[in-house]
Design a protein around this ligand. Structure first.
Ligand SMILES: [Zn+2]
Length: 218
């Protein structure tokens, strides 16, 4: 029962962060939660993560607009992160990083960028908790990419700077390679045009890498 409660707590937090990213730069508090298409306010039970998506068959009750699958995926991930933390599989630092990663990925998917404060504040907290490690090197690369447009976004390097607080360089390179492979598959499959948001692939590669190392069924 406690596990289920923790799972829904994590799913609710992820749902809140997703809604915040969707609304940004507008306030998360006002107007109350509403459908992003028809703007009709949602009933309390329509705010229950995961279950409301299932009950509504993934559509708005009023205008039948599809609720983005990314929101459901974020809620499930948030639940699993909280569950893993409660089981002792994740440290508080990793838990904070994964929620930050989830939110920055959602920002990047939406607008191929993210507001600096949503990275900088958690990054500073994580640096205090983890120590500097090799992150200064990535911060220098991030600054170079911020000044000169060299293809990969400065935000991706900012993300890697945070990840380097946890992982050695060899593991980081593996995550980067796996994310690149996933991005190429997605690019070819969807025949995307324009800028490719790379953070969702880094986030997915990290989760796959973590699962590979820690979960028995991988
Ligand atoms: Zn609607």
């Amino acid at each position: 029962m406690i596990d289920l409660l923790i799972f829904f707590l994590g799913a609710s937090l992820a749902s809140f962060l997703t809604a915040w990213a969707d609304r940004y730069p507008q306030s998360i508090l006002y107007p109350p939660s509403h459908c992003m298409t028809c703007r009709i306010p949602l009933k309390w039970w329509e705010l229950i993560p995961i279950l409301s998506f299932i009950c509504l068959f993934g559509k708005c009750r009023y205008c039948l607009a599809s609720i983005p699958l990314a929101s459901l995926a974020n809620e499930i991930q948030g639940g699993l992160i909280a569950y893993a933390y409660n089981q002792g599989w994740l440290t508080p630092s990793w838990t904070l990083f994964l929620f930050m990663s989830l939110m920055l990925s959602h920002f990047d998917r939406k607008s191929t960028s993210f507001p600096l404060c949503f990275w900088l504040i958690p990054h500073c907290i994580l640096t205090l908790l983890q120590g500097l490690q090799i992150s200064p090197y990535f911060l220098v690369i991030m600054l170079v990419f911020a000044i000169f447009p060299l293809g990969m976004g400065a935000g991706d390097w900012a993300y890697l700077a945070s990840l380097s607080l946890f992982l050695p360089l060899t593991d980081l390179l593996l995550i980067l390679q796996l994310a690149t492979c996933l991005a190429i598959i997605d690019f070819l499959g969807k025949k995307r045009k324009g800028v490719l948001p790379f953070l969702p692939f880094l986030h997915t590669a990290l989760l796959l890498g973590w699962g590979w190392q820690h979960l028995p069924f991988f």
